[in-house]
Design a protein around this ligand. Sequence first.
Ligand code: GTQ
Ligand code: FE2
Length: 357
Amino acid sequence: MATIGKVSPEEMQQFYENSRQAGLTPAWMGRGHDRKPSVEPFVWRWAQAEPLILRSGEVVTPDRDVERRVLRLTNPAREHGTTHTISAALQLLLPGETAPAHRHTPTAIRWVLHGEGAYTTVEGDKCYMERGDLILTPSWTWHDHNNEGDGPMIWLDGLDTPLVHNLEATFYEAFPEDQQPVTSSGQSEKKYASGALRPAWEDYKSPYSPLWHYKWERTYDALWRLAQTDCSPFDDVAMEFSDPASGGPVLRTMSCWIQLIRPGVRTRAHRHTSSAVFHVFQGEGYTVIDGQRFDWSTGDFFVVPTWAWHEFANESSEETILFSIQDIPVMKSLSLYRDEAYEENSGHQPITSRFDG
Ligand code: GTQ
Ligand code: FE2
């Protein structure tokens, strides 16, 4: 403070006023104020969400007005977004319904929670949804959802809309018909899901993964195999869904993970400059985030903010499986990714409070 005010208070005031009028802000003002966090850790309970998402089926139809029957997981610290980069939402599609075809620059992923007999068409390729499937609709790809089954279909949407909106790069286009023409069924899966083996004649160049349908059966198999041999001290048996063409994340802005927390495991805490939205696919446990314990069980969703210490625990005797959407690729591609291990107390935070939302 001693260096501020080399002139009289009146002259200082005059300087501030002149600066303000010129649209210039002295950078030494307004420092040291506590900034409100823009993302809070939080848990959304399936027991609360399920009746509401089912009820949404009785109150709206996904026509061209409504477009998508979606309930967003809005972070309590925000107006929009589950984190500052990711927006997660629950979507319901009833038998016989179509969520009309469109495309947009925000990228989306679908993580299938419940039901069968519905499909998403991505760029003409029909992808039938089953529980545990991951389906990608990368930036500017045509997509529509259709339910040919006889029960409700529920999935989790993950979009990079908060990021794309902030970059002012949101564009949207409706397809002239409700459904785009179907040109193949499961083609992306058949051609590219074999991982280490790929079509020999193709030189695949695209900003996103040529594989956009990851079937649960293959995912679980990979997880089970890794569990036989290795794990991460921070995330236990964690696998990133990868783009078979690049070996990197499935999308430029979002990475998807599937994670097994084995019975009895408590991971070590760490923090990093990426945020994540989790779905408890199976099992129960808790996450300690900045000293606060967040308990969760099958179907719940939770969020881990940027640079928050976090560790996972599964005290049950059953497998716990977590799916997550992370903004790691954004941070890494901008060289802003950093992480840090919690060194004290064998890597475990003292638990100082418990979330009871
Ligand atoms: O299913 O196409 O949750 O366009 C938000 C925007 C889902 C979708 C959302 C979308 C979609
Ligand atoms: Fe969409």
